[in-house]
Design a protein. Structure first.
Lengths: 267, 407
């Protein structure tokens, strides 16, 4: 079996003795063109790109990502545009592995099989579905695997030990650990030390799995968590886009600056 | 898909929480544990005699159950067809059926050792009742409510504040119930370790559908006895008419009659058709909306081709919701219940007619059900019994009624 681009990205980071940097941006935020430009521009600092397909009733997202999602939907972003963005991004020479992230209703409406075929066709490497937890996702995760798409399982501080083991057992090559009880973009309400403690106890169960930490990570906090396999920054970036729009500045430049700073902090 | 006999409908789901194709638990991982904890607690307590006694005590001595079952003589004479009866559920403390679910959720929260409870509200009744129950049982309470609804249901907001609840205005999306539920769930994701959540209707992840349905079934428990007392038996032709938004009052109104033949006991659900000339509505069952996920459950829901949830429009804040309970989706597909819609104008006309002939003040939600009753009653025989659930009081609608009807 060939090693997935996601696994390769983690391997490369391990060699460089640093965590992988994952970013989350919303497709179509603030326009279709700009969101592609952002991806292309940050790609040089980022190890894996997460791209959100926006939904208008998100039950797991905080203010910043909601704002970004509503902005994209208001600007008319459609699934076909999102796949086009991915396709264009992946066709570039130095593109990075890409994970689509969103809510199940969008996939359900598109049709599970059709969605996965399209993912494969345009070069999507992984999928995160916020509201499709284990074990309800078992069938869909298997379908993903068949299309060489990594289905990323989520773990949270509320997940029991027993459940964690079972989820890890069914997981693919990347797992997402939610740092705290929060929607995306909340302020870190527990210490990075405590987060890493939880993280290490999960990591011990199966060292071969790449586990990333997300939720509440910013320029200020990223350095303190760099022992993880990977770190996801989402809301801080979406917020940067909001700020740029309010200040009539170019979001591409501003987001690229912040991402290069994030990279410096963990290198 | 078939309804099984001798098992309550709320328990006829599979191990994944689905009634047929509907329901389930489409929730973020963080909520799996609190939802599981609540499930274990509820399944234990519903078999606990002491808990049931406690519930019945508060239903009777605090909420004022049983509520009246009365004949609307004047309206019956005027329509000159079927007999029109109503169950005045708005007699309950607080003025609507929502107090049943709110009371049970607060009792559960107390048993779980929680100090805080949060809830969503559309018409403001779910919020008012939750704040009332929270105060009674010593819980701190936050209510999430769309900014548009805060404006149009002021009397209920005043009541919530009087009960020391904090109202959190929700400015996202259409600023109505759908956004309030989303925001409430997001709040629970962040605070589920200390806080209990009450979903205000038979919607949401599986366990919330069950708890609400179990609570509001009190309505039909009372009605079954009252009908037998009144008629000596269940009438040969009985039609139970109820408005349907999320579906909590209608499910509760029908539950104990579930296993009667539908030719004898027909269930008619009336959704909100919205303004007469508007394309927007809140009637996913009537207008053939597609199946999708909303607030943790698979259901018929108003959505576009992309899967974005569509904005709704209705004069009635309590029915202004793009989805509907998985239980009702199941009742529709099994053909046990029939669903139809009434427009804003029809509901207003019904309100006027009912208040003209009777000393009853149904809110805009049950006015939708009265609209259907008024439509069909003249064509039906005199031995047909129509019973309408008057599940809310129009006190909260005084601003809208004044604006639309000048009174």
């Amino acid at each position: 079996m060939t090693v997935s681009p996601i696994s390769l990205a983690f391997k490369k980071c391990k060699k460089e003795k640093r965590p992988a940097l994952l970013t989350y941006t919303v497709a179509g935020d603030n326009t279709k063109k700009k969101s592609l430009e952002i991806l292309n521009s940050i790609s040089k600092y980022v190890d894996i790109c997460e791209l959100g397909f926006p939904h208008n009733t998100p039950i797991g997202d905080g203010g910043q990502i909601q704002t970004a999602s509503y902005r994209a939907i208001k600007n008319g972003i459609k699934m076909k545009d999102i796949f086009q963005i991915v396709n264009k991004f992946k066709n570039r020479k130095n593109s990075k592995p890409l994970i689509l992230m969103g809510y199940y209703n969008m996939i359900c409406r598109y049709g599970e099989n059709k969605f996965l075929n399209k993912c494969k066709q345009v070069g999507v490497n992984g999928l995160i579905v916020v509201d499709l937890p284990w074990p309800d996702n078992k069938k869909f995760a298997k379908k993903c695997k068949k299309k060489s798409v990594t289905f990323v399982q989520l773990l949270s501080p509320t997940t029991s030990k027993k459940r964690i083991k079972k989820i890890i057992n069914d997981s693919h090559d990347m797992i997402y650990y939610i740092s705290m009880l929060s929607t995306t973009g909340g302020k870190l309400k527990i210490s990075p030390k405590k987060i890493l403690e939880n993280y290490n106890s999960i990591k011990k169960i199966n060292k071969s799995k790449n586990i990333v930490i997300g939720f509440g990570i910013t320029i200020k906090t990223i350095n303190s968590l760099k022992k993880a396999d990977g770190l996801v920054v989402g809301s801080a970036i979406c917020n940067e886009i909001s700020k740029s729009i309010n200040n009539r500045q170019n979001p591409v430049t501003n987001v690229t600056n912040i991402v290069s700073l994030l990279k410096k902090r963990i290198s | 898909m078939k309804i099984k006999k001798n098992i309550p409908l709320i328990d006829q789901h599979d191990k994944n929480g689905f009634w047929g194709k509907f329901g389930g638990n489409f929730i973020p991982e963080t909520l799996k544990k609190p939802v599981e904890d609540l499930t274990i607690l509820f399944e234990k307590l519903r078999k606990d005699k002491k808990f049931i006694q406690e519930r019945d005590y508060y239903f009777k001595n605090w909420l004022g159950s049983p509520t009246r079952f009365i004949k609307l003589e004047n309206l019956t004479d005027h329509l000159d067809g079927a007999q029109i009866w109503t169950k005045v559920v708005s007699d309950l403390n607080g003025g609507a059926h929502k107090s049943l679910n709110a009371t049970v959720h607060c009792l559960l929260a107390k048993r779980a050792g929680k100090k805080y409870i949060v809830g969503d509200t559309g018409a403001g009744y779910a919020g008012k009742m939750l704040s009332m129950a929270a105060k009674k049982f010593g819980l701190k309470c936050k209510i999430f409510m769309g900014a548009k609804d805060i404006k149009r249901q002021k009397p209920n907001c005043d009541a919530m504040r009087a009960n020391n609840a904090e109202i959190v205005p929700v400015y996202t999306g259409s600023q109505t119930l759908v956004d309030a539920v989303s925001e409430c769930m997001r709040y629970w994701v962040s605070n589920c370790d200390t806080t209990a959540m009450c979903v205000g209707s038979t919607v949401g992840p599986n366990i919330f559908v069950k708890i609400c349905g179990w609570s509001t079934s009190q309505i039909s428990k009372e009605l079954l006895i009252q009908i037998k007392d009144e008629f000596g038996e269940i009438p040969k032709k009985l039609k139970l008419i109820n408005c349907v938004g999320g579906g909590s009052s209608s499910f509760g109104f029908w539950n104990e009659f579930m296993h009667y033949n539908k030719k004898q006991v027909e269930f008619i659900g009336v959704e909100a058709g919205g303004p007469k000339n508007s394309k927007k509505h809140a009637a996913p069952l009537t207008y053939g909306s597609k199946i999708g996920v909303l607030h943790g459950a698979m259901q018929y829901v108003n959505q576009d081709a992309e899967g974005q949830i569509e904005e709704t429009e209705s004069i009635s804040a309590g029915l202004d919701y793009p989805g509907v309970s998985p239980l009702h989706c199941f009742l529709k597909d099994t053909k046990r219940a029939r669903y139809t819609a009434a427009t804003d104008e029809e509901a207003l006309n019904a309100y006027q007619l009912v208040t003209k002939f009777e000393s009853l003040n149904p809110s805009l939600e049950p006015s939708h059900a009265f609209a259907e009753a008024i439509k069909i009653a003249p064509k039906l025989s005199k031995d047909t019994v129509l019973c309408i659930n008057s599940c809310g009081d129009a006190l909260k609608d005084r601003d809208i009624l004044k604006k639309r009807l000048g009174k």
